[in-house]
Design a binder for this molecule. Structure first.
Ligand SMILES: Nc1ncnc2c1ncn2[C@@H]1O[C@H](COP(=O)(O)OP(=O)(O)OP(=O)(O)O)[C@@H](O)[C@H]1O
Length: 254
């Protein structure tokens, strides 16, 4: 479950609202008074035009940055109210596919994907088994010993997806995860994320992909200029079943 209550966020140091005598101009916040709640196991889109604040919202939900004001609850934890160690433990339960992928250049595909399991202290047999199965699923087996520099954009994106999913996270946050993928692969990924949400993982996917949004009218958090466009009422105008009709599938494979 994710809950934001009156969350406002400004980038950079001194994120608090400048006071009247601070001499600093009051720049509008990147996110302004955001409130919503996403139940565990739900699949939500995060939509909005470029610069609306989608990546910033995901970085907050990932516990990387803290609100300037307001409260967050991520998997039962308020990251602003716990120490570094508990925040790190929280982040181990979250799979994150950032827009810039953040692959480690000095690690090959296999080691990039295994990283979250190594950090969680899993044993080698378990790591080998999990990494092997996700490598196969994403068609990355032949590239297992390549370094990120020697991969295509789509392959790099698939490595980032594998690294986010390998630990079977309780929460999956994905920032434009289909950007560099071919149409068929995008569909395969979204189907996998839906299966993940059916198995209890909360999934939030930021996307501009109109085809996906039209084909899968799931509940969404819609942002514009850092503000929530409409109050979040699961079920309003959205099919929360996650079922996709045959005609919707056609849209995706065109
Ligand atoms: N490090 C930063 N310092 C200052 N402002 C930033 C920083 N990163 C982003 N911003 C600003 O915050 C606002 C929201 O950016 P954000 O990346 O969250 O939007 P977005 O909806 O994800 O955009 P896109 O779809 O283009 O990725 C933008 O106005 C952006 O210019």
């Amino acid at each position: 479950m994710i809950r934001f209550r009156n969350v406002t966020y400004r980038h950079g140091p001194g994120q608090r609202q400048p006071g009247p005598r601070s001499g600093r101009e009051a720049v509008p916040p990147v996110l302004d008074n955001i409130g919503f709640s996403i139940p565990q196991g739900a699949f939500y889109w995060l939509t909005g035009p470029s610069g609306a604040g989608k990546s910033s919202l995901l970085r907050l939900a990932h516990g990387e940055v803290m609100p300037s004001s307001g409260e967050m609850e991520i998997l039962g934890v308020n990251p602003a109210r716990v120490g570094r160690r508990q925040r790190a433990q929280l982040r181990q339960r979250i799979g994150f596919i950032p827009q810039d992928l953040r692959l480690l250049a000095e690690l090959d595909v296999l080691d990039n994907i295994a990283l979250p399991l190594r950090l969680a202290g899993e044993d080698d047999t378990h790591i080998r088994r999990e990494v092997q199965s996700i490598l196969e699923w994403l068609g990355l087996g032949p590239k297992r010993h390549r370094y990120p520099d020697a991969l295509s954009g789509g392959e790099r994106q698939r490595v980032a997806i594998a690294r986010a999913l390998v630990g079977r996270p309780a929460l999956l946050l994905a920032d434009e995860p289909t950007n560099a993928l071919a149409e068929g692969q995008s569909w395969q990924l979204i189907e996998a994320l839906q299966a993940l949400s059916r198995s209890g993982t909360t999934v939030v996917v930021a996307t501009h992909n109109e085809t996906l949004l039209r084909a899968l009218p799931l509940p969404s958090i819609a942002l514009s200029n850092g503000k929530l466009v409409h109050p979040l009422l699961p079920g309003t105008g959205a099919d929360t079943s996650g079922n996709v009709s045959a005609s919707d599938r056609t849209l995706l494979t065109r």
